[in-house]
Design a protein around this ligand. Structure first.
Ligand SMILES: Cc1ncc(COP(=O)(O)O)c(C=O)c1O
Length: 396
């Protein structure tokens, strides 16, 4: 029986999965925090927890977010969740009704599209250009869709170190988008999972902070900064919305969703272990990023990719006419894997097929370089069927 989600495939350099390497998982520091949490909180660490999350974690998190962003949430604006995925699931359960229209960025986190889609919403991509979401076009689209009688509760995006592109929405667009949300009443769901993994200075202010807590719900996670297996994250929303989440039957039934782990995280944070750990893994991922960018540009040309300022991913443009979806089996036969670009778009229509996502989180730098060399070899040796004529890519 399997134990973990990712199992390495022999012979394949896996640049598809966004997972941490074993060396970035703080086994000893977490074990110390478990012991300390049990000593400090005693049986209270093991009983049903407070619905919104244990006070010491909420307090520490507010303080931390105040230092890494422009606005510290108030404690009643925090709800501790079982990860960012769970936070998004909760928001959808509360705000999305069957048949609603949910607006999404493109390209965007492919599994968020699945989470939202599970709520039988109609996902509609908003207009984007090379800088990301176009706020003016988005407002126009909202009016147009409403004119058709559609209900639009949410707009989902990852504005900071986007998965898959690593890009940040520029500051002027952040402000403009928050204004659009305020004017139209469409709530922004800001997935802020990568805020702490900034490699060239600090992350830009969140939309949540710019909006001063209005019109934006922020979801966050300890999966990238501490460990995915904790299943621990949070959401920031108005106190009223947090109250509505806490009042849901299953929270009332089970209490805080991940109480013992959350209490341990409070100790991991307040003891200084979190700060030390994040400093170490930031340097590790920065070195991975630098290696991947340099080898990708060597193999595919300087303009094949930008430099992601944070997060775990590189968005690579393939040579003209190469289709990343068709190429994948050939690349895997050549010993490298990736996620095809089309997966990060709501509608197929050829979008993203000239791109692919490479993850630099898991592999050591020499393996990253080997993976990219294999990818370049796969592109160079792909059967001609993998190179649709220019112009055909969009219709495949
Ligand atoms: C943008 C984004 N949001 C959410 C998640 C999932 O977070 P969690 O493990 O906390 O559910 C990921 C993980 O890849 C992600 O990239």
């Amino acid at each position: 029986l399997a134990f973990t989600q990712f199992e390495a495939c022999p012979g394949i350099v896996d640049l598809a999965w966004g997972h941490p390497p074993p060396s970035a998982l703080p086994v000893d520091a977490w074990a110390e925090s478990c012991t300390e949490a049990l000593r400090a909180f005693g049986p209270r660490a093991l009983t049903y927890g407070y619905a919104n999350g244990p006070g010491p974690l909420v307090e520490w998190l507010c303080e931390r977010l105040g230092r890494t962003d422009v606005r510290a949430p108030r404690p009643d604006e925090v709800f501790v969740t079982a990860g960012a995925s769970h936070a998004l699931e909760l928001v959808c359960a509360l705000l999305v009704r069957t048949g609603d229209t949910v607006l999404v960025d493109s390209p965007t986190y492919h599994l968020a599209l699945r989470i939202i889609g599970d709520h039988t919403a109609d996902l509609v991509p908003v207009p984007v250009d090379e800088d990301g979401i176009d706020p003016v076009g988005t407002e126009r689209l909202i009016h147009h869709l409403r004119g058709e009688g559609r209900r639009i509760p949410l707009l989902y995006l990852v504005p900071t170190f986007n998965n898959p592109t690593g890009a940040c929405l520029p500051p002027d667009r952040r402000g403009a988008l928050v204004e659009v949300a305020r004017r139209t009443g469409v709530t922004i769901v800001e997935d802020d999972t990568y805020r702490e993994l900034a490699y060239d200075g600090t992350a830009p202010p969140s939309l949540y902070g710019i909006g001063d807590g209005y019109a934006v719900i922020r979801v966050g996670s300890f999966a990238k900064t501490v460990a995915p297996g904790l299943r621990l994250g949070w959401l920031n929303a108005s106190a009223e919305l947090v109250r509505r989440i806490a009042a849901r039957g299953y929270i009332d039934s089970g209490g805080g969703v991940n109480h013992t782990t959350a209490a341990t995280m409070a100790v991991f944070g307040s003891s200084g272990r979190y700060e030390r750990h994040v400093t170490v893994i930031r340097a590790l991922y920065r070195a991975h990023r630098d290696e991947l960018v340099s080898v990708a540009r060597r193999e595919f040309g300087h303009s094949s990719c930008g430099v992601p300022g944070g997060g775990w991913f590189l968005w690579l443009r393939l040579p003209p006419g190469v289709d990343s979806t068709l190429l994948l089996p050939h690349a895997e036969a050549n010993g490298v894997s990736y996620v095809p670009g089309a997966r990060f778009y709501r509608s197929s229509g050829g979008n993203g097929r000239g791109y692919l996502r490479l993850s630099f989180s898991m592999c050591e730098p020499d393996l990253l370089a080997e993976g990219v060399r294999r990818l370049a070899a796969a592109v160079g040796s792909a059967p001609t069927g993998h190179f649709p004529k220019p112009g055909h890519v969009g219709t495949l």
